[in-house]
Design a protein around this ligand. Structure first.
Ligand code: NDP
Length: 261
């Protein structure tokens, strides 16, 4: 199936690692022009080297929680990309592991800001560019925690549910011109899990053994964590003209770990 990305322009926030990096790589391979951002200049440089991409790739340092930086990123993309944007992938972020007892008010504010404003600020800044494209789309990267909360990730779960509600509303407000969809992730072997692996209590435990134990403990039917390219393929589908009648939808990419119907 031709996903129709040739000649189209895409923005992937948090495109320097894990799922965002894999999404940028697949978009480039499909012939899209891709702009990525991240906070860390070194990671951005390494991503640029890894991806190659030449003129097809634009890498810009930007914290998606800082309005001026997001606006500057959008202005730079407008200049680089010719003023229209076909796809916005709001992916930047990370999870927070804490129970209600462990979560301070400050941590709640921080988590709610991260989850909501990593969507809201890029949405505002890139909306005029999306409006100028012929068949634009937005894909929000979200978690299964939005619909299946976990007590040990209480504020992340609550914020994820709110983000899902936001995206659903936007699918109506932005219709019929812009499609808005999301993916709901289970556990994907990316930067976040690598950092948790590196902080494991038993430093002698191998990577395979630690990730194998994790998949068993979480009861993932497919028996393993996802590879970043697996959610990236779902993002590409939802963002493409191949999904032209899909909006307001969420696609679960979790190895079957959800328990609801
Ligand atoms: P990674 O840590 O591998 O990648 C996160 C990316 O986001 C990096 O490029 C990072 O770069 C960037 N980023 C983080 N915060 C900001 C910010 N404020 N502004 C700009 N860029 C930022 O994680 P994943 O690939 O796993 O995560 C991608 C998304 O998927 C995240 O939103 C995450 O919460 C979500 N998710 C992941 C799951 C998983 O199991 N992996 C499960 C559920 C959801 P830098 O640090 O340089 O800014």
């Amino acid at each position: 199936m031709d996903l129709g990305y040739s000649g189209r322009t895409a923005v992937v926030t948090g495109g320097t690692s894990g799922i965002g990096l894999a999404t940028a790589r697949l978009l480039l391979a499909e012939g899209a022009r891709v702009a990525i951002c991240g906070r860390d200049a070194g990671r951005l440089e390494r991503a640029r080297d890894t991806l190659g991409g030449g003129d097809q790739l634009f890498a810009h340092r930007c914290d998606v929680l800082r309005r001026e930086e997001v606006e500057a990123f959008a202005a730079a993309v407008a200049e680089w990309g010719g003023g229209a944007l076909d796809l916005l992938v709001n992916n930047a972020g990370q999870g927070r592991v804490s129970t209600f007892a462990e979560t301070t008010d400050a941590a709640w504010y921080e988590e709610l800001e991260l989850k909501f404003f990593s969507q809201v600020l890029p949405l505002r800044a890139f909306k005029p560019l999306l409006d100028r494209a012929a068949a634009p789309a937005i894909v929000g990267v979200n978690s299964l925690l939005a619909v299946q909360p976990e007590a040990h990730m209480v504020c992340t779960s609550a914020a994820r549910a709110g983000v899902q509600s936001l995206l659903k509303s936007l699918a109506t407000e932005f219709a019929p011109h812009i499609r808005v969809n999301s993916i709901l992730l289970g556990l994907v072997d990316s930067g976040q899990w690598q950092r948790r692996f590196e902080a494991r209590p038993d430093q002698a435990q191998s990577r395979d053994s630690w990730f194998g134990d994790l998949a068993r403990k979480k009861g993932i039917p497919l028996g393993r964590l996802g590879d970043p390219e697996e959610p990236a393929r779902a993002i590409l589908f939802l963002g493409s003209p191949a999904a032209s009648y899909v909006t307001g939808a969420s696609l679960e990419v979790s190895g079957g770990v959800s328990r609801h119907i």
